[in-house]
Design a protein around this ligand. Structure first.
Ligand code: PLP
Length: 450
């Protein structure tokens, strides 16, 4: 029975009375009470099992309750739960060593944080101190976190309520061929024009005033926007030409999600700083951080870094990172993500596009995809407006409900379904989930014209 059918559980009662959830109004928000999880599934208090196509907030890359990850956390808890960040300990040191090992180029030093927003805050602070400049460029289609500077750095609508925000951020448009801000006809043209626009923006903002360009290597919650080949390299070249640091936000797409350790590796570009979180330990214990190149780290060789956190390098979180990186390696999850993306997810979504008029665009790589839903393929009018909420979002809510009725937990954002199952999901479950999406699309097709 649905939990609301009987008396609400103590968990639900206390939640409704006392918890304010992220991005939600407590009087109307009805959370699912989750009681357990395993692999690609989680279970609610009514006993219903959900196939998790979201990896929660795209963090549970190794799936739920991975036994090796749990064992590592338990062992660390028995040994050393917490220690001040001015001490060294085995878990933190080893996590930093492994992260440097899998990071591209000479990104060899890690500053640990509790999550992604703090990673961005500190990456920008590091870039400002290293360059002696203040201004930072970020993309309109981006999300970088909800703390003061990270939400200002964010380009999408989530920042509006926090404006005017922190000073010193200027914005540019990144590539997005399906809704090209540059009226481009193909990927190569989109790439050229997006780079020309970025160069113009730099010129107008004064390149010598700019500390960093921050961008998501593959844009995540603002649309699963895969950059055209050549774009990230072009950004790197513009940064080099002007002494600007390149900060890759890999919070959502790092650690295997896109079929490489870091999404930017797919284009063999080395940024100056990488912000990471989520997949580093699959979110079993909160952790994030910044990885920096040797030349950037040198700034803080003799000059103390003016920033810190009580839980920087938290042993429990770092032990989970050590175990999680081990799991990625032992289970070949990164290659697996790449292969499943190319052989299962991509082809299945393209077949849906051929069948369903509501599917305007399919894009993604690895285990990170999106279906962009439209009312009209010719005009590309989105199924719901850009900043839709409430009644305006109803067609997407109905589509998400159609997935839920069939046991799939969807990640629906704007007019898109994002598909980000755990990298460990077995192939049968993956195909089953894709079949559910296929069926549910009939709900969206009803809004199509013609
Ligand atoms: N950057 C990106 C690209 C993200 O997707 C997110 C969260 O979804 C963040 C930063 C913020 O991370 P956190 O929520 O851990 O602060």
């Amino acid at each position: 029975a649905h939990p609301d059918a009987g008396a609400p559980s103590a968990a639900r009662r206390s939640d409704r009375a006392h918890v304010l959830h992220s991005w939600s109004a407590h009087a109307t928000f009805e959370p699912l009470v989750v009681t357990g999880a395993e692999g690609a599934y989680f279970v609610d208090e009514s006993g219903r099992r959900w196939l998790d196509f979201s990896s929660q907030l795209v963090n549970a890359n190794v799936g739920h309750q991975h036994p090796k990850l749990i064992a590592a956390i338990q062992a660390q808890a028995a040994k050393l739960c917490t220690i001040a960040p001015y001490h060294a300990n085995e878990a933190t040191s080893e996590a930093a060593r492994l992260i440097a090992e899998v990071a591209p180029g000479d990104l060899n030093r890690v500053f640990f944080t509790n999550g992604g927003a703090e990673a961005i805050e500190n990456a920008i602070r590091i870039a400002r101190l290293h360059t002696g400049r203040h201004k930072v460029l970020t993309a309109y289609r981006s999300y970088h976190g909800a703390t003061a500077l990270a939400i200002t750095a964010t380009g999408d609508a989530r920042r509006w309520a926090s404006e005017p925000g922190a000073p010193g951020i200027a914005r540019f448009w990144g590539p997005y061929l399906y809704r090209s801000p540059f009226h481009a006809g193909d990927e190569a043209e989109e790439c050229r024009r997006a780079l020309a626009h970025l160069a113009d923006t730099l010129a107008a903002e004064g390149p010598h005033t700019i500390a960093a360009i921050v961008l998501e290597s593959v844009v995540g919650s603002s649309g699963v926007l895969v950059p055209p080949d050549g774009y990230l390299r072009g950004v790197r070249e513009l940064c080099d030409a002007h002494g600007i640091l390149m900060i890759a936000d890999e919070v959502m797409v790092g650690f295997g999600r896109c079929g490489a350790w870091f999404a930017i590796d797919r284009w063999q570009v080395v940024p100056d700083l990488i912000a990471f979180a989520k997949g580093v330990n699959s979110g079993y214990v909160p952790l994030g951080g910044v990885i920096m190149r040797d030349a950037v780290a040198a700034t803080f060789a003799t000059r103390p870094y003016p920033g810190g956190l009580t839980y920087s390098g938290h042993p429990l979180a770092c032990a989970a990172a050590v175990a999680c990186i081990g799991i990625y390696r032992e289970e070949n999850l990164i290659e697996r993500a790449r292969r499943l993306g190319e052989t299962v997810v991509g082809p299945a979504l393209r077949a849906m596009q051929a069948r369903h008029p509501s599917v305007g665009d399919v894009r993604g790589l690895g285990m990170f995809w999106a279906l962009e839903l439209v009312r009209d393929r010719a005009t590309r009018e989105p199924l719901v407006p850009f900043d839709a909420s409430g009644a305006a979002w109803a067609p997407m809510a109905a589509f998400a409900d159609a997935c839920k009725r069939r046991g799939l937990w969807p990640l629906a954002i704007g007019n898109r379904l994002h598909l980000a199952p755990p990298l460990t999901i077995d192939e049968d479950a993956l195909r089953e989930g894709l079949a559910i999406v296929d069926e549910a699309l009939a709900t969206a097709d009803r809004h199509c014209r013609g």
